[in-house]
Ligand binder design. Structure first.
Ligand code: 13P
Length: 262
């Protein structure tokens, strides 16, 4: 069974003092939980947090929220994979906020995924449809969700240059845009249906056995009240948490609930 992964994406939040308190609280609370936990603070806090988490439990790691794909050069304001890998093991790529606010497309995201893998970083590749869909009655598969083609082309486009050997080093995060920051989380059933389709695509791209090893997370208005609805679904391998990862008590509760949920 794939071990659940809980990612906290702090986005552009926290000051240094808050970041230290939050990371230290998580570190002190999660040692014995049977889940992997990844904290993704703003770039600028990675260095102090890497020092604080140096002797942290082995199930707690740091991730970046983005990076550029080239090793170095005239790219004012950007951070390269070989800079990130000094401080973090994971990197979120293709988040919908990067796709919409910074116009990142699938080709660019694929270059970043490739660069992350070449540098030994684990990419957490985000995909998600913009609009909520209803359950369509389809012969043979009554609960099949009709999702936007855009969702599937995001997955295929973001992974198009990835080899079968590397595919299971990637984590996918299914984050429907309509559920992000809205309080309107998908139901566990909805997320599981879409994730089943995403896994089918991964099986087409990389083969069934490889696709079965890839973690696929759900993200969008996850909190301690609803997290079990997702992690109880065998298709869903964890959660990517935004707002609720900024409150230590709430995030620790999410990790505990998830650890008990499988
Ligand atoms: P919220 O949990 O705040 O909806 O954010 C989800 C998200 O975008 C995590 O990457």
């Amino acid at each position: 069974m794939r071990r659940p992964i809980i990612v906290g994406n702090w986005k552009m939040n926290t000051n240094l003092a808050d970041a230290i308190v939050l990371a230290t609280s998580v570190k002190n609370a999660v040692a014995d939980l049977g889940v992997e936990i990844i904290l993704c603070p703003p770039f600028i806090w990675l260095y102090p947090l890497a020092e604080i988490l140096e002797k942290s439990p082995s199930n707690l790691k740091l991730g970046a929220q983005n990076m550029w794909f080239a090793e170095k050069g005239a790219m004012t304001g950007e951070v390269s994979p070989n800079m990130v890998k000094v401080l973090a093991k994971y990197v979120i790529l293709g988040h919908s906020e990067r796709r919409s606010n910074f116009l990142e497309d699938n080709n660019l995201i694929c270059d970043k995924v490739t660069a992350a893998l070449e540098n030994g970083l684990t990419p957490i590749v985000c995909v998600g449809e913009k609009h909520k869909r209803s359950l369509a009655k389809k012969p043979g598969r009554p609960n099949k969700l009709v999702t936007e083609n855009d969702l599937f082309s995001q997955l295929k486009g973001s992974l198009k240059n990835i080899s079968r050997n590397d595919a299971d080093k990637i984590i996918i995060a299914y984050e429907p845009v309509w559920a992000i920051g809205t309080g309107d989380a998908a139901t566990g059933g909805y997320a599981a249906e879409v994730i089943k389709d995403l896994r089918d695509i991964l099986a087409d791209l990389f083969g069934g056995p490889v696709s079965e090893r890839i973690h696929i997370l759900y993200g969008g208005s996850v909190d301690s009240e609803n997290v079990r609805e997702f992690v109880f679904q065998p298709e869903i391998d964890g959660v990517l948490v935004g707002g609720a990862s900024l409150k230590a008590k709430e995030f620790i509760k999410i990790c505990r609930e998830a650890a008990g949920g499988r």
